[in-house]
Structures are given as C-alpha cells and as structure tokens.
Design a protein around this ligand. Structure first.
Ligand code: TTP
Ligand code: MG
Length: 390
C-alpha cells in the first residue's frame, strides 16, 4: 500500500517506522488511494488558543481558555490541555472554570487571528490557486491536476504545507484529504490535533454509516432534531432511505443529503463566494394593511430564511424587507444588523421593527424578508451575547 512520511516526505512502503528519518508510525500516511485524492480540508487546531500560546510561551503547557471572563462570558475555544477537563467552545465560562479551575483565561483578539488567517492563506496559495476559506481557521483546497502545475501528489504537497505552517506560523493544523468537500471536512476532524486523515472512494460508505447525522454538512440543530424525531440518528439510516423519500422529508436539501450519505458531493471548491442573498417571500390571498397581521405572516418566512442560512453555513449582515403595495409598487428597506446572524428570532425582531415603520394604512399584496452581505456562519452571532456560535 502506498505510504508517505509526514516528517521527511519520503515514500514508505510497509515499514513500522520511517526508514528515512525514523519517524514513528502515527507520522506515516498509508492509504490505497494515497495518490488519487485531491480535495483537502484544512482546519487549525484550537485556533485562537494556539495563537495565544504561540505569543506567550509561558502558557504552552498550561490549560488555556480564550473567551471573555466574567458572568455572562462563554468559551470561544479551549486548548487541548484544557479540553481534557471538559471545557468546550460555547460553554458558559463559569461552568468551564468549574471544570478546570487552573485554566488561564485570555479575551479574544480578533484582529490578530485575522492576520494569522491571512498568513496561512498565503501559504495555501503556493499549493493551489483554488482555495475556499470557510472561516478564519479552515479552508478547502482543490489540488487536482487540472488547477495546478506541480506534479507531486496532493498528499505530499499537503504534508509539506502542514510542516511549513508549523515552522513559519508556529501553530498546527489538521488535514482531511478525500475526493470531495463533504468527506474532506469530516476527515480533517478525525485525528485532531496535528491530524492527517484520508477517506477514499472504496471505504466512503462504510466510513459514513456509523457517524451521527449531526456530522453532515448542513445538518444543524434544527434538522438534527427533525431527524431524531423520526428516529434517525446515524448516517446508515439515511443511507437506507431512497432519494425520493429524503426529498419528501427534507425538501430540496434532501437531494444533496441523498448524495452526501453515499459519499457523493458535487460541490466544487470555489475561490470566491458569489455575492448573493437568501430570502423568502409570500403573496397574500387578500391584501393586508395591519402591522400585526404582516408580522404574523413574516414569522414563518424568517424561519425559512434562518433554515436556509443554516444549511448553507452562512450568516447575513444586512436585513432586507420587501413589500409590494396593492398597486404593485415595490418597496425595499435595508437594515445593517449589529452582527451577522443566522437566527430566526433576530431576523424577526428587526423585520417586525421595519414593518412597524411601513404599516401606515396602505394595503400590501406581498411581503418578503431576506439577508444579504453573507459571511461564513462562524462569524455570526457573537458568543458573548447569545451564549454560543450559531
Ligand atoms: P473550530 O475550528 O471549530 O475550533 P478550534 O480551532 O478552536 O478547535 P479544533 O482543534 O477543534 O478545530 O473554530 C475555530 C475558531 O473559531 C476557534 O478557535 C474559536 C472560534 N469559535 C468560536 O468563537 N465559537 C465557537 O463556538 C467555535 C466552535 C469556534
Ligand atoms: Mg479549528
């Protein structure tokens, strides 16, 4: 079976340790499809905490929590030493400190993490021009032969990239390598920290079968709850359902889901997110003038928008309210929100406020609500205000 040493990048066949540099078994990659996989997902390990440890070496061996200290604060991330005691992202700080009273707490420094993130993207650019950042600390890379001139296999390029990040940025990353984005993302999470996992075509279905449904890209808490209500908890149960049933049960997302659970994902790695918005609208059977009634109609639309934001793993920073008057005039009202959001109740609260300004007795025949200025879900709804990242 083809193999590769992650420390000296030499090919290894069946040896237990690297014959070139003596690296131990866990530093060796072995996979039947090692040279055929070319879609990567790279995610930094305990990102904010790793950057803080890098900048203050006295913290290196201590449990570290990044987050706002004090009453209502939550953990944004905990280092791997602290995680042994239980603290996790989005946990209330008082609870995390009860589990790990010796933890050092540092408030987040977003400007610094953004700088580090840019530095890492520069390193990725040496590998391929096709990079799709998902949040500050993760990105997909397309390393297929048609987008780059370097003839070395993707696995080899990535092993060197991980090393370069360790050397030049002084933090560690975990890499997932597969043949599509869905599997690459799952793979990067398998052996954190400092992991490198491969999922090939031959084992994809068996690999997916025992995983909980919440691992599926786009299955957030709302969809996971819906599945649990139907008695579906593992991917194997979705694998047994025909696509038609998935579409009936989960709407348009059911089609994508049907592919995912069989290891099929047609999404391309795209360097630039198309500028777009997510919205929902409805035309009334009879024209409406009362603000109260307009608010009642818009509520399910806000939920629909929130569901679509969640499934697309994005959040929106600008709310757009659309109204069409009985005489077919279209009004749109924009509001920049204090933070990008993915949450139905936040969308509703602002939409209801805009409705109150417009409902002056005119009759309307249509109402719509949407969010534009989309960004990765990771940047939504700051944890210190809402108790967790959406
Ligand atoms: P993650 O990649 O989810 O977490 P991580 O990098 O801290 O740890 P892991 O090794 O498991 O990848 O998120 C990246 C950063 O985003 C994280 O360092 C802090 C921030 N974040 C939040 O602010 N709130 C959250 O709920 C999560 C999960 C992350
Ligand atoms: Mg991470």
């Amino acid at each position: 079976m083809p193999g590769l040493c992650r420390d000296c990048f030499e090919a290894v066949e069946d040896a237990a340790v690297c014959p070139g540099c003596g690296a131990e078994a866990k530093r060796l990659l072995r996979h039947a499809e090692l040279d055929d996989l070319d879609v990567a997902h790279i995610d930094c390990d305990a990102f904010y905490a790793a950057v803080e440890k890098r900048d203050d070496p006295s913290l290196r061996d201590k449990p570290l929590i990044v987050g706002h200290p004090g009453g209502r604060g939550v953990v944004t991330t905990a280092c791997y030493i602290a995680r042994k005691f239980g603290p996790r992202s989005a946990m209330p700080m008082f609870q995390a400190l009860r589990m790990c009273p010796d933890a050092v707490v540092i408030p987040p420094n977003m400007a610094k993490y953004q700088r580090v993130s840019r530095q890492i993207r520069e390193i990725f650019l040496a590998d391929t021009p096709v990079i799709e950042p998902v949040s500050l600390d993760e990105a997909y890379l397309d390393l297929s032969a048609d987008v780059r001139s370097d003839p070395r296999p993707a696995a080899r390029v990535l092993a060197e990239t991980a090393m370069r990040i360790e050397r030049d940025v002084n933090i560690t990353v975990s890499i997932g390598l597969s043949y599509n984005k869905f599997l690459a993302k799952l793979a990067s999470d398998l052996e954190k920290p400092r992991g490198f996992s491969l999922v090939g075509r031959a084992e994809a279905r068996d690999f997916l079968a025992p995983l909980p449904v919440a691992k599926i890209n786009g299955v957030g808490p709302v969809t996971a709850k819906k599945m649990a209500d139907l008695g579906i908890t593992e991917i194997r149960e979705l694998q047994a359902m025909p696509e038609s049933q998935l579409v009936t049960t989960f709407g348009k997302f059911g089609r994508r889901l049907a592919g995912y659970v069989q290891g099929v994902d047609e999404r391309q790695v795209t360097s630039h997110r198309a500028a777009k918005s997510i919205s929902a609208e409805t035309t009334f059977a009879q024209d409406i003038a009362a603000a109260e009634e307009l608010r009642r109609v818009i509520k399910p639309l806000c939920e629909r928008v929130a569901g679509r934001l969640e499934r697309n793993q994005v959040a929106g920073h600008t709310l757009v309210l659309k109204l069409k008057t009985a005489d077919f005039q279209v009004l749109t009202r924009n509001r920049r929100l204090p933070h990008p959001t993915q949450q139905a109740d936040v969308i509703y609260e602002h939409a209801a406020d805009l409705i109150a300004r417009e409902a002056d007795g005119r009759y309307f025949r249509l109402i719509g609500v949407g969010l534009s200025d989309l960004c990765p879900a990771a940047e939504a709804d700051p944890p210190d205000l809402f108790g967790g990242r959406a």
